[in-house]
Every structure is written in C-alpha cells, then in structure tokens.
Design a protein around this ligand. Sequence first.
Ligand SMILES: NC(=O)c1ccc[n+]([C@@H]2O[C@H](COP(=O)([O-])OP(=O)(O)OC[C@H]3O[C@@H](n4cnc5c(N)ncnc54)[C@H](O)[C@@H]3O)[C@@H](O)[C@H]2O)c1
Length: 335
Amino acid sequence: MNQAPHILIVGSGSVGRRHARNFSALGCSVSCVDPRAERRQELAREAKAHAGYPEIGAALGADRFDGVVICSPPHVHVDQALAALRAGIPVLLEKPVSPDLGSAARLEAGARAESVPVLLGYTWRWWPPLRRVRELLDACVIGELRHVQFHMSAHLADWHPWERYQDFFMASSTEGGGALLDESHWIDLALWMFGMPEKLSGRIDKLSSLEIETDDNVDVLMAYPGGLRVSLHLDLYGRPHEKFIRFVGEFGSMLWTAAPNQIAIGTKPEGWDRIEAFECERNDMFVDVAREFLALLDGDGAQPTCSLADGLRVLTVIEAIRRSSADGSSVTVSP
Ligand SMILES: NC(=O)c1ccc[n+]([C@@H]2O[C@H](COP(=O)([O-])OP(=O)(O)OC[C@H]3O[C@@H](n4cnc5c(N)ncnc54)[C@H](O)[C@@H]3O)[C@@H](O)[C@H]2O)c1
C-alpha cells in the first residue's frame, strides 16, 4: 500500500479508542463512528482522528477506507460488518461475532459471497504467554492431559471507571452483554487449544447484586474424547480480579496466570519446578492484532490467527451451554 491506510473505527468506546491509538501509532490515518458526539471527540483527541460520523452508513458514503474495525456493542456487529464487506472493505471484528449463531451465520455467508476477509478479535490468541502454553502442551511437558480449569473473575463495576456499569452495554441483554457472551474469550481459548468438545453441561445464572439484566455467573463442564475434562468458570462479581488456566496432566500441572504474568510447571507434591515470567503488557496483544490486520490489507494471504469460522464455533458452544442451562441436560455439541 503506497499511502497510509485509512482505518474506520466503528464504536468509539473503550476498545475503539485503544484500537484507534494503536492504528494511529502504526502510521494509519483514522476516522471514527459513534452515535455519541463526546465519544467521537475523545477518540479524535487521543488518536488524532480526522473525521467522526454518527453512523457507519454516513462514513462509508463520505470517504474511502482501507479497513473497518468494528468495536460497537455485539447486537450491531453483523449488520455493520456486512455494510463494510459489501463496500469491499476488509473487517477487523471485535468479539463476540454477534449474540446468536443464526445472525453470525448470515455474516459468514455474506463474507463468503463478497470474498472480502474478516479478522476476528479474540485477542488472547495473540498473548505471548498463551502461545507459549500451546507449545508446552504440544511438547507434552506434563504428560497426557486429564483436566483443565479456565477461571475468569472480574467485578463489572471496575471495568469502566468513567461510567456507571448500569449504563454500559454489558448490563443489557438486547445489546449482547453478560458474562457468557463477553467472556467467551475463554471458550475460544479452550477451542483453540483442544478443539470442539463432544458433550457439555452448563449453568448460566444471575447470582450477584449487580444491577444488570444479563448473566453474571457461568459454569461449564466439557467432555472431550480420550478422557479430557475442561471446566470453565466466568463471573462478573469477583474481587480481586483473577484470570488463570490450570492444566493437570499425568506427570504434573501447569498454571498460567494473567497476574502475575507467568507460567508455572510442577511435578512434585509441593511447589513449582520452574516458572517462566513474561514482560508483555495487555496493549501488546492489540498492537499485534493491528499489525496482522494491516498485513491482511496488504494481501499477505496468510491464514488469520482468528477467523469468522472460529467465532461461529464459539457461538455453537455458547448455544449448547444455553440449551443445557435451560433444561438441565447434558448436550452433545455438533462438530
Ligand atoms: N478483544 C478484547 O479484549 C476486547 C476488550 C474490550 C471490548 N471488546 C469488545 O468490543 C466491543 C465494545 O466493547 P467496549 O468495552 O469498547 O464497549 P463501550 O461501551 O466502551 O464502547 C462501545 C461504543 O459503541 C458505541 N455504539 C453504540 N451503538 C453504536 C452503533 N450503532 N454504531 C457505532 N457505535 C455504537 C457506544 O456509544 C460506545 O461508545 C464489544 O463487542 C466487546 O466485547 C473486546
């Protein structure tokens, strides 16, 4: 590409501002969309953006863009991504693809028909310590895996200190908030590491006193062929915040933690044999996503680290969890 790529950020909230700053730092020119004027102004100030529009149609009609980054609430992801793809513009789509599998399948069909690429932002796939975890699993450092526990706990009121959590899309079921959809990062990581489970059972609840219409607690048990069990706990009320994945194999255990930023491996009854510590910071994974998107705009032809098909697999599991939670059954997951 000869000129600086022109990137349109759709949704100028928390992650939209982050992407805007990163694309601007990587030499792109940036424009933005948000129905809220003060959000557009804030993004423009932070990322030296050129123009702001109240909705995506106005932006696509007014200028030429090389890439569109969708950072709006999930209920509008599909229609906005389709608008960009129909204009022939590649899309970086924030997770989840949408609140339900049916609308996500509509987007996948549209992307195929237009033959325009989509990169999906399940950003933890770009986190170096988790890439290292995959290498260690491939090297079988703790032997045959038997149980894996995914744990994510973070009080919603701490997420966006600049606004009331009751006003944030996370509180709204129509906009696609809640623990199951928003923290589907951890479902995506399970599928990235182990593929689709054979069966699962799950419960989706609203347990805490948070003033939200959405779920704040999800517990899932997934069964894989060959005797691997994967459990997943997501909540929106826990303090201190905690993200970890514990892998238990025949020879020992491995513990990945976000804080401290490390992987610990142990094979004895007490203590860890070895700890690998990392220096990376949260924004690094968003910068790496932006770099991959810019390479895709240049037509590098590489397989995306995270595709629309990956996002549909996550929604297939989400819908299986919903079915299981609704009737208390164990559900067979379609591959
Ligand atoms: N990959 C990650 O780690 C990560 C991190 C944070 C958020 N996200 C995802 O990014 C999306 C946004 O999350 P957020 O935390 O930035 O939310 P946010 O509420 O801070 O920002 C969303 C913005 O979208 C705007 N908006 C609402 N309707 C719109 C429309 N029709 N068109 C354009 N803009 C519209 C809102 O006014 C708001 O400013 C969600 O899908 C979320 O799951 C991903």
